[in-house]
Design a protein around this ligand. Sequence first.
Ligand code: 4AD
Ligand code: MG
Length: 429
Amino acid sequence: MTLISKFGNHTDQTVTIKGWAYNVRSSGSIAFLQIRDGSGFTQAVVSKSEVSDSVWQTAVETTIESSIEVTGKVTKHPKKEGVFELQVSELNIVQKADEYPIGKKEHGPDFLLENRHLWLRAPKQWAIQRVRNVIIRAIYDWMHDNDFVKIDSPIFTPSACEGTTDLFEVDYFEEKKAYLTQSGQLYLEAAVPAHGRCFDFGPVFRAEKSKTRRHLTEFWMMDAEAAFVEHEENMKIQEDLLCYIVSRVLKECQEELKIMERDVSLLENIKAPFYRLTHSEAVKKLRELGSKIGDMDDLGAEDETLLTKEFDKPVFIEKYPAAVKAFYMKRDSENPDLALCSDLLAPEGYGEISGGSQREDDYETLLNRIREHRLPEEAFQWYLDLRKYGSVPHSGFGFGLERLVAWICGLHHVRETIPFPRTIHRIEP
Ligand code: 4AD
Ligand code: MG
């Protein structure tokens, strides 16, 4: 068996492929089967005069999405460079598909999401998952090459990491409240004195009531954490990592980007240094652009869209008012009302793809923050311990995988970036 993606090594040879007929048409004495085998797409040509009656009959009977085995000669497309076709000699149906519900006409998003188990096969959806896969691999490779150790953080947790308003409570552990994790960050901080630099990559959960194009209730996050790294260097790490991710997608996903009709020149432009604005500079700029944002407000989704439409490269917004950010962030020594944090916003209106900060490393200060945020002290005792036994300056960040995929693929909504999206109104299929 040969893969379609390897056809270039088999020109003028006879090969067998196994896959699915995603489109079929025949006229008179010639039939065209569009075939997908997971590795790529090709057109198989069946000429009535070249094949047996039974092969011709099978070709004419093949329905859309039937699984098939095809043998034929690989030929170069007469007009398109680098494109190959298969001149069929043998054809078998593995399973003849029922009438396929996803047709060529436009379907609404609800219909497609209800049929996500089938929609995943569409060329664009295939391309998105392939890009997602390359992004995941690029992250692991960069982390490994830069001495970060993968530490798997737990999914059941006794405490909140990112505020208490959007926690999923789990009623199972006797006499203890438990939640699904919002981010593995706090656990990575515990691994820092053991490993120096570490990262995790896994599903996280947010019971957010937001119904925006950027929010999922279950999504994948890559958190990274490093000892002796301060706010500035923390941004540099994110910048290097993101440039590497984009360069890998450009190198490995040209076919996918073409299927998605992504403007590749916008991605080719993603090089360090990224833009930098302080929160107060961003607020000023947003007001010029017509936003009603207040001096001490967090940026809303609409502000992020407005702002990042102005930029052709990612932009760090740093030093937000501490009051709108998480309890663990270290304050700016020059202005204690500000946190030593950054949100990394993707251009073209995409907005936040990563959030990070330097962490508070002093025991007393952190304890006071936990109290100010009215968090249950007991659940954070282990986290406070880390400030008693060899505390060091340290920083970290978390990338949301689906936001990254949405931006790199140029998709309007994050729900297409994950195989089976979970949102406030959807847990099926
Ligand atoms: O900004 P967030 O909430 O930061 C944290 O959780 C930190 N503990 C990370 C860290 O420092 N280790 O989330 C990080 C990223 C966001 O920038 C965004 O890309 C993504 O996670 N994200 C979401 N993606 C999809 N749906 C949601 N509801 C998301 N909420 C956050
Ligand atoms: Mg954030």
